[in-house]
Write a protein that binds this ligand. Sequence first.
Ligand code: AOF
Ligand code: ZN
Length: 370
Amino acid sequence: MNQKSRDEALMGVALSIGRRELGHTWPNPAVGAVVVRETPAGPVILGRGWTAKGGRPHAEPQALAMAGEGARGATLYVTLEPCSHHGRTPPCVDAVRASGVARVVAAIGDPDVRVSGRGFSILREAGIRVDVGVGAAEAALVHAGHIRRVSEGRPHVMLKMAVSADGKAGLEERRPAAITGPASRARVHMMRATHDAVLTGIGTVLADDPQFTCRLPGMLDRSPVRVVLDSALRLPAESALLASLDTAPVWVVAGEDAPAAAEERLGERGVEVMRVRRHPSGGLDLNEVMRLLALRGLTRVMVEAGPRMAAAVLRADLVDECALFEAPVQLGVGAIDALEGLPLGALNDYLTTVGTERHGPDRLTIMRRR
Ligand code: AOF
Ligand code: ZN
């Protein structure tokens, strides 16, 4: 195996051990790192590290600590530029220099203004060989949330939709309909585990009384923050969301004019209420909402909402990725469209298909921003 394919394979390992932590590390990226020594028998991994829950410690010092003295002269593969700032932890470049590694292979630079090339130059000045760009395309996907948050001030947004074969999402008068099967539902729970938050609207909460937790055996600690857009603070005290506050937090985004008494009532239950400006159209300003969520540290947000909010995030050009579940059922002419006021095909104006999966009888199409 030549060095290029060896580098790619080892970066693949770093990417996969980092990726497992998605949904767990916010406000920080889910970085993976491996320390590798070349031997006559081939490369040997001496240390592995990933960003810990809540973002600290970072991946690199853990991988280097595991390798110990073995790191001397070895290569560090890391999915993001090592940090150079004194933040909540000392700079990772200090740990890299102290370890004695001879070479650092990084997938991409870190757009965080506190790092942004400084990490690489400090390492090069220390005489370490630095190669950047191995596995860059995949790293850009794994770190999409961090990149959007630090460079655009909003989280990466994934829109999840479930539609019938005739493109409908529910029955008349907002009565919910069972569309997808158990295999799709398990896939949705997996998606929740890899996102920092699920974002929904009060209409969906009132109609379906959802919980939005991740309920898969062994992954119960991975439930996302549940964020409800509730401009007038109508969230019922007896909702399933509030009954599951022990599992994951609930944040409510209200309009500036929502009643203070309602905020107090929710606050007493442990719900965090935040307020944003209304859009001239009357609803909450979605760009403001996303800015607020990024400020609060969220990097990856999954939208699970009704046709109105789905169409609104799409129209605001806030959808970076879409998971479209299609089930072989017909809801009929009276049913409501999946995107209010838009044909389902409008997704193609913003997104392009990058893959499909089968889940029982249902088909999942993954789309990404064009
Ligand atoms: C991580 N894990 O493995 C790496 C990160 O607030 P701090 O001090 O934890 O610094 C967070 C920043 O560190 C983060 O925004 C990113 O730029 C950089 N790298 N972060 O959580 C890691 N390598
Ligand atoms: Zn660091």
